[in-house]
Design a protein. Structure first.
Length: 142
């Protein structure tokens, strides 16, 4: 049995909300991490400072972003969310791979900015998708 379009839209909205939250948390994590590195082990949260955790979290956020933003583009055909996400994803990727070996400050700035760009892309995508659904609903009502 096929899902209705409102069920599918609900899934996409949930994915965008989750993606926005994950990207925003990633940005906060990366901005705050240099200041709380010494406290994390004392709180039992030392794993948050490990590069493997960070890379896994960034990979999850990137896959979620690509999935939800490409799905949104297929519906509303607006490029702005992808235009925000692509440089954000690039900053995240470069930040957790190359910059981490160069400088903790460069790494933190890159992944914070990347996370904020990806979160912004999700918020814009949600707004465009809501507008598209509203217009689409009105057109089908007449």
């Amino acid at each position: 049995m096929a899902k209705s379009s409102s069920d599918q839209n609900g899934v996409w909205h949930l994915a965008d909300r989750l993606g926005a939250m994950a990207s925003f948390l990633c940005a906060i994590h990366c901005a705050v991490l240099p200041f709380v590195l010494t406290l994390l082990p004392l709180l039992g949260l030392g794993f948050l400072a490990e590069h493997g955790f960070e890379r896994g979290f960034v990979l999850f956020a990137c896959l979620l972003a690509l999935t939800s933003l490409l799905g949104g583009f297929r519906r509303h055909r607006r490029r702005l969310p992808l235009s925000l996400a692509v440089p954000g994803l690039a900053l995240l990727g470069l930040g957790v791979t190359l910059a981490v070996d160069i400088s903790i400050v460069l790494h933190s700035v890159m992944v914070t900015c990347g996370g904020l760009l990806v979160a912004s892309a999700h918020f814009v995508n949600l707004k465009l998708d809501r507008h598209f659904c509203r217009v689409h609903r009105v057109q089908h009502a007449h």
